[in-house]
Ligand binder design. Structure first.
Ligand code: LLP
Length: 427
């Protein structure tokens, strides 16, 4: 387990130094709320996974949606990691961050012709295709460019990942991928798609998975199909095992799968596979390396409950409102204080703007600096400007130094594309 916060147990204690940077002092330079990410912790996660993959022909394609800041993408690039993208915007970000196209894959059920064309022009490694209709469109787009599109077929293995239903993707009822029966028909018809080369399989069953079993089941189904294809003379260049590795959001409660066990399941299922193995972790690489720093605006004594009103809100970190997700929340400063039970909320005008209900914290005062932990994934990348709250700043910390990797959005840039209705036209 990476100790992302110096001088502190990962167990939710109070801390003041993160990757060598004093957080109280940092907030004198950067006003709250903002995200702080530890570059050291991200690198440690990457090298831990790379170490577990030792001896395999494997490429980690970081799932950009988890945290798509350009500096994070550059860090991934420099560590030899590629990218799993799901939109033209993510592809554009990766190319802008200098990610080599041969390390980029493109997934998603709704790729448009424009996105396919951009991916082919960039020369990415392959597209993960999720429906027959998409395959037909890709054939046309590749033909128009007089090129050949490399494709991994996304298999829906009908496996229950035992995670939150909104982030479960590998059951037959989910919109993702195709059944093995359907994929079998595609491979049989390969000749009908001369501009498309079906040379990979892809599977991704969901996110925040805390047991190796669902991975094992899905991989075994995919492996049986790969062997069947091989017997039929259809050699595959790659198998993409997706992402989904869970992390610890609640100290002492969440017990993530160790990378060695996860990779052990991959080794076992894909033993004898000669092609490249791709992995698409998002959360695992960045979640625990990030915190959302926020100050208590006020402590409100309600009739029934005591509220800690923070300067961060659901627009900055939507996970608790959207998935009832738990994030450990701790005051940054040390000190022995009596525990008090709070509802920890933001200033947005919705009851759902609640980070935690009935949470015990050392007694907090107005102005106090508080840290929402494990916020490096699906935090800033899911943020919005709801209630006209500008997007937060993001800061990268690295062994005692810090760099601002996104400025807090200015009010002017929040409205920069909005226009007064004084140019009426007819369609
Ligand atoms: N590959 C594909 C095709 C995916 O759809 C995803 C995530 C990943 C990889 C990366 O999964 P990870 O390793 O991060 O679990 N917003 C939600 C999570 C949604 C995940 C969507 N797909 C949350 O905050 O929990």
């Amino acid at each position: 387990m990476i100790n992302v916060v110096d001088g502190s147990p990962a167990a939710g204690g109070a801390v003041s130094v993160f990757d060598g940077v004093d957080l109280e002092r940092l907030t004198q330079q950067v006003p709250t709320p903002f995200y702080a990410y530890s570059a050291s912790a991200i690198r440690e996660r990457i090298s831990g996974l790379q170490h577990a993959l030792h001896g395999l022909d494997a490429l980690i394609c970081y799932a950009v949606k988890a945290n798509s800041n350009l500096a994070i993408l550059q860090l991934m690039r420099d560590a030899g990691v590629g990218a799993d993208t799901v939109s033209g915007g993510e592809l554009w970000r990766c190319l802008n961050a200098g990610m080599p196209p041969e390390r980029i894959v493109f997934s998603g059920v709704g790729k448009t012709a424009e996105e396919m064309a951009a991916a082919l022009r960039a020369g990415i490694l392959h597209l993960n295709v999720e429906s027959f209709e998409e395959l037909e469109l890709l054939q046309q787009v590749a033909q128009a460019q007089d090129t050949v599109a490399h494709v991994a077929v996304r298999i829906n293995p009908d496996v229950d990942a035992h995670t939150h239903e909104k982030i479960s993707t590998g059951k037959a009822e989910n919109k993702f991928g195709v059944s093995i029966d359907e994929a079998r028909r595609w491979f049989a018809q390969q000749a009908a798609f001369p501009q498309v080369r079906l040379d990979g399989l892809h599977v991704h069953i969901g996110s925040q998975i805390l047991s190796v079993e669902p991975f094992r089941q899905a991989l075994q189904r995919v492996a049986a199909f790969w062997r069947e294809l091989a017997v039929g003379g259809h050699a595959l260049g790659s198998i993409d095992v997706g992402g989904g590795l869970g992390v610890c959001y609640r100290a002492g409660h969440d017990h993530p799968v160790a990378p060695a066990d996860y990779v052990g399941a991959i080794r076992e299922a894909l033993a004898g596979f000669n092609g490249q193995i791709l992995l698409e972790p998002g959360r695992y690489l960045v979640a625990e390396a990030g915190v959302l720093l926020t100050r208590v605006i006020r402590v409100k004594h309600g009739d029934e409950r005591r509220f800690l009103v923070l300067d961060a809100a659901m627009n900055d970190l939507i996970r608790p409102s959207m998935y009832d997700a738990w994030h450990d929340i701790v005051p940054v400063s040390h000190g022995d204080r009596a525990p008090v039970t709070y509802d920890i909320v933001g200033p947005v005008c919705e009851t759902g703007d609640t980070f935690a209900r009935g949470r015990e914290l050392p007694e907090c005062r107005a102005g106090e600096l508080v840290m929402i932990k494990s916020a490096g994934a699906y935090g800033s990348s899911m943020a919005s400007t709801y209630n006209s709250r500008p997007l937060t700043a993001e800061v990268l910390l690295d062994r005692g130094r810090y760099a601002i990797i996104r400025r807090r959005q200015r009010l002017e840039s929040m409205v920069t594309d909005e226009l007064a209705a004084d140019h009426w036209q007819t369609a």
